[in-house]
Design a protein around this ligand. Structure first.
Ligand code: PLP
Length: 435
């Protein structure tokens, strides 16, 4: 099945949104169409436009839109009057999810984690993780990293680097130290060693942290991929200084970087892991905080919430784990697609003197400025490719193609990206070439 994108040119009537929806909306501004259907790698608008989706709901749709297996599981569940609310009762759907998590994900990887169902968004999982770390250690400080992104509620926002997001807080964001991520000062500065030095010096002014919170590949912060050595060093530093290591796998997990967890095979095991985005497999709100059983010192209801477990998401998540992760086939496929993506982005970078970022199917190209990146993503959109930016200055064009895409369509989308980069980066040259 290989279609080509067919964007519609018709601007939608936005009157009701302009009148009634808060100005805080964002994606609808850069993607000004009214969408109504989606399947696989395609989004459709109400005017017959068809768009190849390289945003994937910001990696909440790693298995594509409305995957038939997941959709059928949910239809069956709703058809049988399955429980729909989110109180933390024991339900058949929750049992099936926990069994799938244990059998398909945890046991084969030798991981022993308890699962805490938090509120349904990623930021809820991060709040639970840092609250638990503070409770377990009796310490206040969390070490997070430059360009880190962890969510919008106050605790998680304090761990987020982006000034524009932080300025929305309205109160001081405290109890977090933002330390330089891997490569922040260039390839010659070992920022893990610097962190160790400061934590080891009783006069450095850096308090002993409850947790070190890290993304292995920074999703919103510019697709900076930490090296395995750096991550292992950070894990060792956490252990040495009595802090818990939290890996925020909300964007990099669920296959985006290759394995189910982004830290697989890297030689360390986090104390706490957060998951959300593609966890439900179908774009349904669903988040999870995993931790070593010894850390489970919560008393019942101490961290509460009405929506702590989304039964519909349990159904689709369990189906996605069993369908995609029961053997190595999907992982092998991601590795192949990731290699193709890497090659193509490297070619584009070389041609224009740019650089690439990322790992697996979580990669991007640094085009130098936010203006250029936005011109490129707009040009892509006009050709029917949905793609977004990331980074301190939104200067990275990031490819978050669905992991179920076939190689031909991945290539077709990357052709559009390549053309758009060429047009936007060398307008003079392409004009004279055309003349
Ligand atoms: C998206 C994201 C979050 C926040 O998740 P929400 O569901 O938007 O609250 C946290 N951490 C990382 C790494 C993310 O990419």
């Amino acid at each position: 099945m290989s279609f080509t994108p067919r964007p519609s040119k018709t601007a939608p009537d936005t009157a009701i949104y302009d009148r009634r929806e808060s100005g805080v909306r964002t994606y609808s501004r850069s993607l000004p169409r009214q969408f109504d259907k989606a399947e696989g790698v395609w989004l459709h608008d109400v005017n017959g436009g068809r768009y190849l989706d390289f945003l994937s709901g910001c990696s909440s749709l790693n298995y594509g839109h409305n995957h038939p297996v997941l959709k059928q599981a949910l239809l069956d569940y709703i058809g049988a009057d399955g429980i729909a609310h989110g109180l933390d009762l024991h339900t058949s759907a929750k049992q099936s999810f926990l069994e799938a998590l244990e059998e398909v994900i945890l046991a084969p990887r030798g991981l022993d984690y308890r699962a805490m169902f938090t509120g349904p968004t990623g930021t809820n999982a991060v709040e639970a993780a840092i609250k638990l770390a503070r409770k377990v250690t009796g310490r206040e400080l969390v070490v997070a990293f430059t360009n880190g992104f962890h969510g919008m509620t106050l605790g998680a926002l304090a761990c987020t680097g982006n000034a524009g997001k932080r300025s929305g807080a309205g109160v001081p964001l405290s109890h977090v130290a933002h330390e330089p991520f891997d490569g922040y000062y260039g390839p010659d500065v070992d920022t893990a060693a610097l962190l160790d030095q400061r934590l080891s010096d009783p006069s450095s002014g850096l308090d002993a942290p409850a947790a070190i919170l890290v993304e292995t590949v920074q999703g919103e912060g510019g697709l900076n991929a930490a090296s395995p050595e750096w991550l292992r060093a950070i894990a060792a530093i956490a252990r040495k200084h009595g802090a818990l290591l939290i890996v925020d796998d909300i964007q990099a997990g669920c296959g985006r970087t290759g394995g189910f967890f982004s830290f697989e095979g890297l030689g360390f095991t986090p104390d706490i892991v957060t998951l959300a985005k593609s966890l439900s497999g179908m774009g349904l709100p669903f988040a999870l905080t995993l931790f070593r059983p010894e850390l489970d010192i919560w008393s019942p209801g101490e961290h509460n919430g009405t929506f702590r477990g989304n039964n519909h998401a349990f159904v689709t998540a369990a189906a996605s784990l069993r369908h995609f992760w029961a053997d190595d086939g999907f992982q092998d496929r991601i590795a192949r697609l990731g290699n193709l993506l890497e090659q193509r982005l490297e070619q584009m970078a070389e041609e224009h003197g740019l650089s690439t970022r990322g790992r697996g199917m979580m990669r991007g190209i640094d085009v130098g400025s936010g203006e250029t990146a936005s011109a490129i993503t707009q040009a892509c959109f006009e050709k029917g490719l949905i793609i977004e930016t990331s980074g301190s200055h939104d200067e990275i064009v990031k490819v978050l193609a669905p992991l179920v895409i076939d190689e031909a369509l991945l290539g077709a989308g990357l052709d559009i990206l390549e053309q758009s980069i060429s047009t936007e980066l060398a307008p003079a040259a392409s004009l004279s070439a055309a003349a």
